[in-house]
Design a protein around this ligand. Structure first.
Ligand code: PBG
Length: 329
């Protein structure tokens, strides 16, 4: 008697119907996981589209309110704000002016939505400095680390005072989380104002379009003196561990898709809430190809975000948050 043949593995059994595929899916993408980055510019009369970022605009305070209301209706519940001030100076002092553009916008949005909206503020000064770097410069052109941290702490306090739930330092200075936490605690925000640290931010060419949107391109030099070298994954994990130890509540890896390995490693090493940022260059690539009819924007964006989830990201910052929320509903 011949032995019964070993039953053939048939993985396709679980791919037969859409319902089966949904039921056995390992990861989920939900609108609650999406964070929409938005730009608000002081002194603007009407919203100004950003050429290299389809669907993205620099907003006025009024058009920002309308955009956030529309995003909320589509299911997006978190936004992160970037401000462009009318006046820039060496230190970026508009970043901590209580009447600065982001602080006003935070109060507007809190008035409109109460606690139904998670308000995140990017905490950096590159949009506010006249030289475009993420902190004041020394005579040799390098960024003064501790002076930058002092500026971030002041900005974070102003943002928390204006109602931010989360402040998000993106300058990659050493000790920035500790400095900001100390500043917030001293100002009475020990129990509020969580910190989402861009702990693992690479010196990336994929930020190009953002610098047009935020008017923050460095006037000279680049950010390789403070952002991570794209060749280094271990260093990215080390910085995540440092920021966690300093009191970060959420960690962030940026850019997203080119750094899936790092997303995975940071999640494994920390088990902290983790965000990944689909940055301006990723947005531009997908939408530019879609405009030519070469890619399907909705499908490629949803797939990219699902890949980030699979790698270990909990939160997803994407300029396509509205489109994604509609696509996955
Ligand atoms: C700096 C900051 C940058 C981005 C977010 N915060 C740009 C930079 O480092 O030049 C980039 C985001 C994007 O490209 O979408 N404060």
């Amino acid at each position: 008697m011949e032995p019964a043949p070993f039953p053939t593995a048939r993985p396709r059994r679980l791919r037969r119907t859409a319902t089966l595929r949904d039921v056995v899916a390992e990861t989920r993408l939900h609108p609650d996981q999406l964070v929409l980055p938005l730009f608000v510019k002081e002194g603007l009369a009407a919203p100004e589209p950003v050429g290299s970022m389809p669907g993205v605009a620099q907003h006025t305070r009024e058009s920002l309110r309308a955009e956030v209301a529309a995003a909320r209706r589509e299911g997006v519940r978190s936004v992160i704000l970037f401000g462009i001030p009318a006046h820039k100076d060496h230190h970026g002092s508009e970043a901590w002016n209580p009447e600065g553009i982001v602080q006003r916008a935070l109060r507007d949005l809190r008035d409109d939505h109460g606690d139904d909206l998670v308000l995140i503020a990017d905490t950096c000064v590159d949009e506010y400095t006249d030289h475009g770097h993420c902190g004041p410069l020394r005579p040799d052109g390098s960024v003064d680390n501790d002076a930058a941290n002092a500026a971030y702490a002041r900005a974070a306090v102003a943002q928390a005072d204006a109602g931010a739930d989360v402040v998000a330092p993106s300058g990659m200075m050493d000790g920035m989380v500790a400095a900001i936490r100390a500043g917030l605690d001293e100002a009475g925000h020990a129990e509020g104002a969580a910190i989402m640290s861009y702990c693992t931010k690479f010196a990336s060419a994929f930020y190009g379009p953002f610098r047009e949107a935020a008017e923050s391109a460095p006037a000279s030099g680049d950010r390789s003196g403070y952002q991570l070298d794209p060749r280094n994954g271990d260093a990215g994990v080390r910085e995540a561990l440092t920021d966690a130890a300093e009191g970060a509540d959420v960690l962030l890896v940026k850019p997203g898709l080119p750094y899936l390995d790092v997303v995975h490693r940071v999640k494994e090493a920390t088990r902290m809430p983790l965000a990944a940022y689909q940055v301006s260059g990723e947005h531009a690539m997908l939408h530019a190809a879609a405009e030519r009819g070469w890619l399907d924007a909705e499908a490629t964006i949803a797939e990219s975000l699902r890949a980030l989830r699979r790698a270990g990201a909990d939160l997803l910052l994407t300029y396509s948050a509205r489109l994604a929320a509609r696509a996955i509903r």
